[in-house]
Design a protein around this ligand. Structure first.
Ligand SMILES: Cc1ncc(COP(=O)(O)O)c(C=O)c1O
Length: 458
């Protein structure tokens, strides 16, 4: 491309970065720019096309070009080291590929867009999902699948609905995904916990809970758990399913990051009882786009009618546009190649994080060692609280998460912090952990006697 083309792009980006062009404002006409840069109108149109592809501007036929949004100057974000955000890495999201799928979905499903559709979800998407789930060792039929508006919706509905075993209480790993705890809290469900560490769970305790506590289901995140990053072995998963079968307990398997598993031999719990004992949920928010609000749940046949009624009162059906676009994205193979890319990316970032922890954290600070996924948890030394650590790091523009809210009240611990590798830049990981290590050492040396103003170490 000509240098004029690049000059036009650079100038517009520069004006956006300086805030001289704000959302909705009109850009100079093609004629004005071709005169200003002494180039052909064609060159200007091509430059505008490129900016449009980058979603910085949009065109209105017979009117001109407009600014989409204020430009996020990457430099402003560069000094924040973000171990907090849990959405997928924005730098690898296939926006343009997916835009084609959205456009095609609008064409293909224009009639469905104007009406309510199948409560269970587009059949054509369910067919694609059945194929995709096979790659995760989940073999089932489209009739047992529901498309839900995010796995959070599925979890929320399962908390509220009765189960065929007629039991009332829920068992959860401790700690676990905060969204589930919140759902159970708001619905006043009686919830019991079972301790989870990187060594797994105590099976005697699990059996005791299954036998004695009227457990409706055990909610379990089997791979790269949130927040610990823990994964069960196949042997453990098989044992959990056998115990569930023995005591007539259902398993709700939230396999939100299963696609990232580098161990091709690792099975979901579903594989040990595909007939309905295990309810399998697959989110597309972590490996794809959380804004789509699409996930799928595989239910026992016995629960389909009831689930349908609960889903109906929640939102009739999930967004057809999101469903149609995902269907096309799965069908044309783009999804598989995207997953291949992110698998590599996340396991590399996780490895960097662990190397940095090993090298830099004080000896009295322990941490989990997942092989991939999004999360790693740090166990702070005695008397160093997560709250202090989070606050001090924040002052240094380093964001980490206090895991306190991921516990039931009776299990609460105040010395765990969760690091997410999903949005942190690879080249910031080392510095982030270095500052974290300095912060822990500082608080540890002062114990509870911290005077913020004297905090000059970082
Ligand atoms: C373990 C776990 N399950 C489910 C969800 C919710 O995902 P979705 O966007 O599919 O509702 C999250 C979100 O962070 C999560 O961490």
């Amino acid at each position: 491309m000509s240098t004029k083309y690049n000059e036009i792009i650079d100038e517009i980006k520069d004006q956006l970065a300086k805030g001289l062009l704000i959302a909705g404002s009109k850009l100079p006409s093609v004629r004005q720019l071709s005169e200003k840069f002494s180039c052909s109108k064609n060159t200007v149109i091509k430059a505008y096309d490129e900016l449009e592809k980058e979603h910085l501007i949009f065109s209105v036929p017979k009117s001109g070009y407009y600014v989409v949004n204020e430009f996020q100057n990457p430099d402003n974000k560069n000094n924040i080291i973000d171990f907090l955000s849990a959405g997928p890495d924005k730098d690898i999201m296939p926006y343009i590929d997916f835009q084609h799928c959205i456009n095609q979905a609008i064409d293909t499903y224009k009639e469905e867009l104007f009406t309510y559709t199948d409560q269970q979800g587009l059949y054509s998407l369910r067919l694609q999902l059945v194929k995709y789930l096979q790659s995760l060792q989940v073999f089932t039929e489209p009739e047992r699948l529901f498309i839900v508006s995010g796995s959070q919706q599925a979890l929320n509905l399962l908390v509220s609905m009765p189960f065929p075993n007629g039991k009332n209480n829920i068992l959860i790993e401790q700690p676990t995904y905060f969204g589930f705890i919140e759902s159970a809290n708001l619905q006043q469900a009686t919830t019991f916990g079972i301790d989870l560490s990187m060594e797994g769970i105590d099976f005697d305790r699990l059996e005791y809970m299954f036998r004695n506590n009227d457990i409706k289901f055990f909610y379990i995140v089997p791979r790269f758990q949130n927040p610990l990053g823990h994964s069960y072995t196949n042997k453990e998963k098989k044992r959990i399913v056998e115990l569930a079968e023995k005591y007539d307990v259902y398993i709700v398997e939230d396999d939100f990051l299963g696609d990232l598993d580098p161990n091709t031999k690792s099975d979901p719990l579903f594989a040990y009882n595909p007939s309905g004992r295990v309810i399998y949920i697959k989110s597309f928010s972590k490996v794809f786009l959380p804004g789509l609000r699409v996930a799928t749940i595989v239910l026992p046949r016995l629960m389909i009618n009831n689930f349908s009624r609960y889903k109906f009162t929640s939102d009739f059906n999930s967004s057809v546009l999101s469903q149609g676009a995902l269907e096309i994205y799965l069908k044309n193979g783009m999804f598989s190649s995207h997953v291949k890319k992110i698998k590599e990316l996340y396991s590399r970032k996780m490895k960097h994080l662990q190397e940095a922890c090993e090298l830099l954290l004080p000896n009295n600070t322990l941490y989990t060692k997942p092989s991939s996924g999004f999360y790693l948890t740090i166990f702070l030394p005695e008397k160093v609280t997560a709250k202090q650590t989070v606050n001090l790091l924040k002052e240094q523009n380093i964001l980490v998460d206090d895991a306190a809210r991921m516990f039931l009240p009776e299990y609460k611990k105040d010395n765990l912090i969760r690091l997410s590798i999903s949005q942190v830049k690879e080249n910031q990981i080392h510095t982030g952990v270095e500052k974290l290590a300095q912060c822990i050492t500082f608080i540890d040396s002062k114990k509870n006697d911290i005077y913020r103003n004297s905090f000059q170490l970082l």
